[in-house]
Design a protein around this ligand. Structure first.
Ligand SMILES: Nc1ncnc2c1ncn2[C@@H]1O[C@H](COP(=O)(O)OP(=O)(O)OP(=O)(O)O)[C@@H](O)[C@H]1O
Ligand SMILES: [Mg+2]
Length: 341
């Protein structure tokens, strides 16, 4: 039995401008013990899917099972199996950190939980904030408390909706060590993040959502392998010539240009030379998950073709009608999807 099973889940929000379809026929099985990544640009539907899983939003169609329990019909049973770290920072300002963790334990009927609460506080670097009022915490510390709250009843399935947004490097590392330890102990983890290097390092399998549809689903290693070509990466202080600018991923001084083959790398270098652009620290590397993500979202990747086969393999007997192929004619760019929020 899968840990989580999304079965033909659709969601339409009623808005003043009319109905808006946030999820379209999402089929996804997450197996027990998986570290699973759910990726997608802003507005893709990740939080909507997690809200439906947590029983906070109703699907318009389809259903979700948590270890066999229906999140609508068997809400309490399903909810008890989940620890959800929400994307939004919501907390009760009247309690201190330890009190809010005790209250959360009580909510799940867990008594005498102080030993585990102490361990959570320690693992999340909150020990010296145990008696601080929630109002006195910084944003990153509040997020740590949300993680502790989600884990207070030792749920078999841990759901993290962008747990590292606004969190410093040190805590990100300790948080991931802790979550990885829980995963090794058998907890299933479902993670959404915009830090793709985190997803690449942690997740065994990844689904990519685009405008409410699963457009890629595969083992992380297969997604990386399926990315075509290589990436020419270098530093420069100058502007790239326009044709290259349109292709490049530029972060400060670092420019990265995708290339299908050696000939295209030569062409890029020739174009740079002709434009008089000086390049430093040049390297040619394999595409990383961010490259794969951009390929999938722009519909130029081969990632999801293999993904579909693997999706059915991972969930035998389950129809995969929600799994569209890349370049499904939506014509929506990553940027324009962000504007929907
Ligand atoms: N309560 C709501 N009413 C109407 N539309 C909504 C509601 N909640 C979300 N949406 C819309 O549904 C789409 C999906 O939103 P969602 O929050 O699930 O995206 P996301 O993938 O989590 O994005 P992000 O990466 O920004 O967190 C967006 O276009 C959003 O504007
Ligand atoms: Mg979200």
């Amino acid at each position: 039995m899968p840990a989580v099973s999304f079965q033909a889940v659709s969601k339409t929000y009623q808005t003043p401008k009319g109905p808006f379809q946030a999820l379209r026929q999402v089929n996804l099985d997450i197996e027990e013990g998986e570290f699973f990544g759910l990726l997608g640009p802003n507005g893709a539907g990740k939080t909507t899917l997690i809200s439906i899983l947590a029983g906070l939003a109703r699907p318009t169609a389809g259903r979700v099972l948590v270890q066999g329990a229906d999140v609508q019909a068997e809400f309490a049973d399903a909810r008890r199996r989940l620890g959800v770290v929400p994307q939004e920072l919501v907390f009760d300002p009247f309690f201190n950190v330890r009190e809010s963790l005790r209250i959360q334990s009580g909510y799940f009927g867990v008594k005498h939980n102080d030993a585990w609460i102490d361990e959570l506080l320690h693992e999340l670097g909150l020990t010296d904030k145990a008696s601080a009022n929630m109002r006195q915490l910084s944003g990153g510390m509040k997020r740590r408390v949300l993680v502790a709250q989600a884990l207070v009843h030792k749920p078999p399935i841990i759901v993290l909706d962008e747990p590292t947004a606004g969190v410093d490097v040190e805590l990100r590392q300790t948080l991931w060590q802790f979550i990885a330890k829980l995963n090794k102990q058998g907890h299933t983890v479902l993670l959404t993040t915009h830090y793709l290097e985190e997803a690449e390092a942690l997740c065994g399998r990844i689904a990519m959502l685009k405008t409410g549809q699963v457009v890629a689903l595969d083992r992380t290693s297969n997604l990386l392998r399926s990315a075509s070509g290589s990436v020419l990466q270098f530093k420069t202080d100058q502007e790239l010539p326009p044709p290259l600018r349109a292709l490049a991923r530029v972060t400060g001084r670092i420019a990265q240009l995708p290339a299908h083959d050696a000939r295209e790398i030569e062409q890029h270098l020739a174009a740079l030379r002709t434009a008089g652009v000086e390049v430093h620290d040049m390297e040619i590397r394999r595409p990383d998950l961010e490259d794969v993500f951009l390929q999938v979202m722009s519909g130029t990747g081969s990632a999801s073709q293999s993904a579909e086969a693997d999706a059915s393999a991972a969930a035998p007997g389950r129809p995969q009608q929600g799994t569209a192929t890349v370049g499904d004619g939506q014509g929506t760019s990553v940027q324009s999807m962000g504007a929907q929020k």
